[in-house]
Design a protein around this ligand. Sequence first.
Ligand code: DOR
Ligand code: ZN
Length: 346
Amino acid sequence: MIKDITIARPDDWHLHLRDGAMLEGVLPHTAKDFARAIIMPNLIPPVVRGADAKAYRDRILTALPDGMIFEPLMTLYLTEDTQADDVAAAHQSGLVKAVKLYPAGATTNSQSGVQDFDKVTGVLERMAKIGLPLCVHGEVTDHEVDIFDREAVFIDRILTPLRQKIPDLKVVMEHVTTKDGVDYVMENEKNLGATITTHHLIINRNHLLAGGIKPHYYCLPVAKRESHRLALRAAATSGDRRFFLGTDSAPHTDDLKEHACGCAGIFSATNTMSCLAHVFEEEGALDKIEAFASLNGPAYYELPVNQEKMTLVKEDEPVIYPEKFQTGAGPVTLFDPGFDLYWRVV
Ligand code: DOR
Ligand code: ZN
């Protein structure tokens, strides 16, 4: 039985760090294990212009505790008013590594997102030209569409025509949650990758809804039925270069999660690597965890693999993580995988 594994230090290709006291509270959890992360721009107000991203990056680096090394990879929030020249300049300077597309109303702080996709064609064409990836929250927001079908419908209605119109645009389907999403990526060789979260490898919609509603398992896209979870597991543990880790770790304080209209988001930064080692071991694929967490992401983003290493050790006794921790913004509950974790990052 394998008792330890050493991999290149991982990165998180989809992360919410927030701002202010929450940023200070959660950043060390990510910086402890991850060398870099793609930082989501859905702040209030959103990170829209290059100057906003520069200021946010400075705030992140100021919040980083002394002695920790972490590189935030900044993104811009695409709006119908986004200027192609501003995007190109932010990319050219090395500051911005992707642009994020939220369909308006799809999720937390997405009010400023895109309603009319024709209005962003110019920016997307420019991004295709300069090789800047588009990270996509792939859900339609049409109230007529069932929330469990919103990803599949997005692929048909929005993503497929968009990629036909601008085939040179590099796209990352963020947090795929369905077999439809996995199949779409598998059918497309060029300019398409996908992130998969820790929690979507572990929970299905029963975890969220059966036996009482569990607000700490509520996220968007919402967890789907078991057959979809199994498709995600197969994709993540296959080693296929198109799939890589994006935790979508998204902290909200407990009062906002345990609420009549609770926020979407699962905080998993602290125990993601323990959870992933458990999942990959269960699938007999520990030899693929490095591809998923450390190699495929940099390859897609055309960045170097981290030189530093991380070792995971399997303990005989469960590794205990706190159920929640305090931040200056309030308490945040950590993702509970629902089973004991034995893998520890050393
Ligand atoms: O669960 C989610 N939380 N999904 C998202 O798309 C946004 C995120 C957040 O910002 O809280
Ligand atoms: Zn997210």
